[in-house]
Design a protein around this ligand. Structure first.
Ligand code: GDP
Ligand code: GDP
Length: 440
């Protein structure tokens, strides 16, 4: 059963070392960064695996950078983290010593039930640890974690302290087996909540009471025999007045968190407004996290009689999402119900492909066939050899391909093989990944 994604938020004043720590944790060999070409992305979040425990690391300093004063800026980061994160790393600067804004933020963080790690950074060696930590004892928080994000000192100790919290936050969600988890993503007002309501209102769709089973109030469990779906709403917290703008940013974290625990991401695009940069970014997030993807052009009713507009929108969607050619695109309306019934067979198909397993013999035959049809170019005067392949995992389908010189496999040949696997295995609607490895 799938676990909830744990979100670890980094907060602290500018220059305390947040991005240094972020980079150190996210560039580890097992961080599994799998870049999708053609995506504009921000580098403020990453999926990290520490001793088999995956979590999503977010540098909130990068997400929210508009506030006027430094204290306001981190106060906002802290509120955001308290609201959305499971674990908070509050970084302070050991070289600079304790600052008034640290004192204020610590006071704020002490009130949360979340796991907070108070970290004094830039302690580059054990000899200077005691001296640099002393001023921070005044805060009255324990323990204080001494760290050098730059050199790595204290990192293993810190992460050993974090590990139990990671285990604790990996709550299993006790949903019926084979529940398809669907996350609805998109900009505010694109119609996420309306879409979920429209789905719930469908014939034969039965809402199951979720009381006490999941942690998130935004989840709805529905059944339509014989299938069960978890509908995850990622709409930001709505409040009236001035705060709306700021709170919209919360939805980035919500989106990341929802992506960590869904099978299929349904990204909504507004038919009237067309594709925005934020839409492309969100689609990029879905691929960074290897989710299956369906694109919904919502509010189609608004352009139903406007042929030219329809063409424009479809063309804009097509050209914006060339990096996810496998993603089905649907015209829908949460208001009139257009397209919603047709959506469900598609979701089922995508889900099945996403979780499919293949026998190794089938895969090896496919690999041999692909290589025979189209020989790889020579690499440094040597013929590239492919030995065998095996499926490493599902959701998304991931295959290892073992070769004599993985580094010498040109990108275009990697793409050829990936497409060959995609076609040969009937995985036309989901992301497919091949990892090229050397024979050990
Ligand atoms: P951010 O603004 O909080 O993301 O801070 P950065 O990660 O950009 O770091 C700010 C500066 O502090 C950079 O010049 C880093 O090289 C430096 N820095 C970060 N961590 C350490 C550390 O552990 N020791 C020392 N000496 N410098 C550090
Ligand atoms: P969310 O912020 O993404 O959850 O968006 P909402 O579901 O709250 O919808 C925002 C607004 O768009 C509301 O006024 C909805 O009534 C309207 N809306 C949602 N879906 C549609 C649609 O398919 N057609 C039209 N015309 N309006 C829609």
């Amino acid at each position: 059963m799938m676990k909830d994604a744990t979100l670890v938020a980094l907060i602290g004043r500018p220059n305390v070392g947040k991005s240094t720590l972020f980079n150190r944790l996210s560039r580890r060999r097992d961080a599994l960064v799998d870049p999708t070409p053609g995506v504009t992305r921000d580098r403020h979040y990453a999926r990290v695996v520490w001793e088999d425990h995956p979590f999503i690391l977010v540098d909130t300093g990068g997400i929210d950078d508009e506030d006027d004063t430094i204290t306001n800026h981190i106060r906002h980061q802290a509120m955001l983290a308290i609201e959305e994160a499971d674990i908070i790393f509050f970084l302070m600067d050991g070289r600079e010593g304790l600052t008034p804004s640290d004192v204020e933020i610590v006071a704020l963080l002490r009130r949360t039930e979340k796991n907070v790690f108070f970290i004094v950074n830039k302690i580059d060696s054990p000899e200077i640890e005691a001296g640099l930590l002393t001023p921070f004892w005044e805060l009255g928080v324990e323990p204080l974690w001494a760290l050098s994000a730059d050199h790595g000192y204290g990192l293993n100790t810190l992460m050993a302290g974090v590990l139990p919290c990671l285990e604790q936050s990996e709550v299993k969600d006790h949903l019926p087996a084979e529940t398809m988890r669907l996350a609805f993503l998109g900009r505010p007002n694109v119609g996420k909540s309306s879409m979920i309501n429209a789905i719930i209102g469908q014939e034969r769709m039965v809402v199951t009471d979720l009381a006490g089973t999941t942690r998130d109030a935004v989840d709805t469990l529905v059944t339509r025999d014989p299938y069960t779906y978890l509908l995850i709403d990622t709409a930001g917290i709505r409040r009236k007045g001035k705060t709306t703008d700021k709170l919209e940013k919360f939805s980035v974290l919500k989106a990341l968190k929802a992506l960590g625990r869904c099978d299929v991401a349904l990204v909504l695009i507004d038919a009237e407004e067309g594709v925005t940069e934020q839409d492309t970014k969100v689609i990029g997030y879905t691929q960074d996290q290897g989710r299956a993807l369906i694109i919904l052009i919502n509010k189609w009713d608004l352009i139903q009689n406007d042929r030219r507009r329809q063409e424009q929108v479809l063309e804009a969607v097509r050209s914006a999402v060339t990096f996810v050619p496998f993603a089905p695109v649907f015209k829908v309306s949460a208001l009139t119900g257009l397209g919603i019934r047709r959506l469900f067979p598609e979701i089922g198909k995508v889900y099945r492909q996403f979780h499919r397993r293949f026998p190794t013999a089938v895969l090896n035959r496919l690999l041999a066939e692909a290589v025979e049809r189209h020989q790889p170019p020579m690499y440094r005067g040597r013929r590239l050899k492919f030995y065998y392949t095996a499926q490493l995992g599902t959701a998304p389908p991931l295959f290892a391909v073992v070769a004599n010189a993985p580094k010498g496999i040109h990108f275009s040949y990697q793409r050829y093989l990936t497409n060959y696997f995609r076609d040969g295995l009937g995985l036309d609607s989901v992301p497919v990944r091949l990892l090229f490895r050397e024979r050990s």
